[in-house]
Design a protein around this ligand. Structure first.
Ligand code: PEP
Length: 251
C-alpha cells in the first residue's frame, strides 16, 4: 500500500507572516483528510516558523532545495542537516525551475539526494520533459536519463527515502494539465524503470507524484490512476481553500 502524498510548493512566494498565516489557515481545513501525507514547502526564511506553527497538525515541512555538503565555506548554501534543524522532513530536489534557471544537473541531483538521505530526510525528486521533447517523442528517453542519472549508485534501501515527482515542464504553471492517460503512461514507465534498476518490490513501494497545474477539479481523476500516488502542487497550494480541497480529494 502506497500512502498518497499531497505536497505544496510555495516557490518564491510569501513572507514569514504570510506563510505562517497560510499554514494556520490550512490546519483545520486538512485535519480530516483521509489517508494522505500532507507537505508544504515554504521559502528557506519561513521554514522554522512554519514548522513551529504546524507542530500540532499533520502538516509536514519540505525545503525547496539544498546543498550537498554538511557545512563549510559555501556562501549562500543550506545543508540538509540545517534543514532538519529548521523542522524539515522532506527536500524537493531537481525541480524543473532549478534545472532551467540555476544549472541543476542529474549529477548535482544525485549528490543532493545522497546528502538528503544521509541527513535522515526524504527527497522529493522531480523529473519531466519539456514541450519540445514531448513533441519530438523524447519523453521516455528524457525521463530515463534523469532517473538513471539522479539515482545512480543508490542502494535499493535508499528508495524508501525517495519520492519521485513526474512534472512535465509544459504543464507547470501553464494551466495545461497532462491528461490522466498521459500522466499514467509516464508514471507506469517510471515504475517499470525503477523495477529494472532496483527490483519489483522497490518499484511497487516507491511513490510517484504528478505535478503540473493540479487543481481541485482535476485531482480526483489523476488520483484514480493506478500509478499516481499523489501530487506536487504549485499555484493551487498558495491558497488554503484550493490546497485543502486537493488534500481532501479522498473525503
Ligand atoms: C510545481 O511548482 O511543481 C508545479 C507543479 O506548479 P503548478 O501546480 O503551478 O503547475
Amino acid at each position: 500500500m502506497r500512502k498518497p502524498v499531497i505536497a505544496g510548493n510555495w516557490k518564491l512566494f510569501k513572507s514569514i507572516g504570510e506563510a505562517v498565516a497560510l499554514v494556520n489557515e490550512l490546519k483545520p481545513l486538512v485535519s480530516g483528510a483521509q489517508g494522505v501525507e500532507i507537505v508544504v514547502a515554504p521559502v528557506f526564511t519561513s521554514l522554522s516558523r512554519v514548522s513551529d506553527a504546524a507542530k500540532d497538525s499533520r502538516i509536514k515541512i519540505a525545503a525547496q532545495d539544498c546543498y550537498w555538503e554538511e557545512e563549510g565555506a559555501f556562501t549562500g548554501e543550506v545543508s540538509p542537516k540545517l534543514l532538519k534543524d529548521a523542522g524539515c522532513s522532506y527536500v524537493i530536489i531537481g525541480h524543473s525551475e532549478r534545472r532551467q534557471f540555476f544549472g541543476e544537473t542529474d549529477a548535482t541531483v544525485n549528490k543532493k539526494i545522497n546528502a538528503v538521505i544521509a541527513a535522515g530526510l526524504t527527497a522529493i525528486v522531480c523529473v519531466g520533459e519539456s514541450l519540445a521533447e514531448r513533441e519530438s517523442a523524447q519523453t521516455f528517453s528524457v525521463i530515463e536519463t534523469q532517473i538513471q542519472g539522479g539515482l545512480t549508485g543508490l542502494a535499493k534501501e535508499a528508495l524508501s527515502h525517495i519520492i519521485i515527482a513526474y512534472e512535465p515542464v509544459w504543464a507547470i504553471g501553464t494551466g495545461k494539465t497532462a491528461s490522466e492517460g498521459q500522466a499514467q503512461e509516464v508514471h507506469s514507465f517510471i515504475r517499470q524503470l525503477i523495477a529494472r534498476i532496483f527490483d519489483q518490490s522497490v518499484a511497487g513501494a516507491v511513490r510517484i507524484l504528478y505535478g503540473g497545474s493540479v487543481k481541485p477539479d482535476n485531482v480526483k481523476g489523476l488520483m484514480s490512476q493506478p500509478d499516481i500516488d499523489g501530487a506536487l502542487v504549485g499555484g493551487a497550494s498558495l491558497k488554503a481553500e484550493s490546497f485543502s480541497a486537493i488534500v481532501c480529494f479522498n473525503n
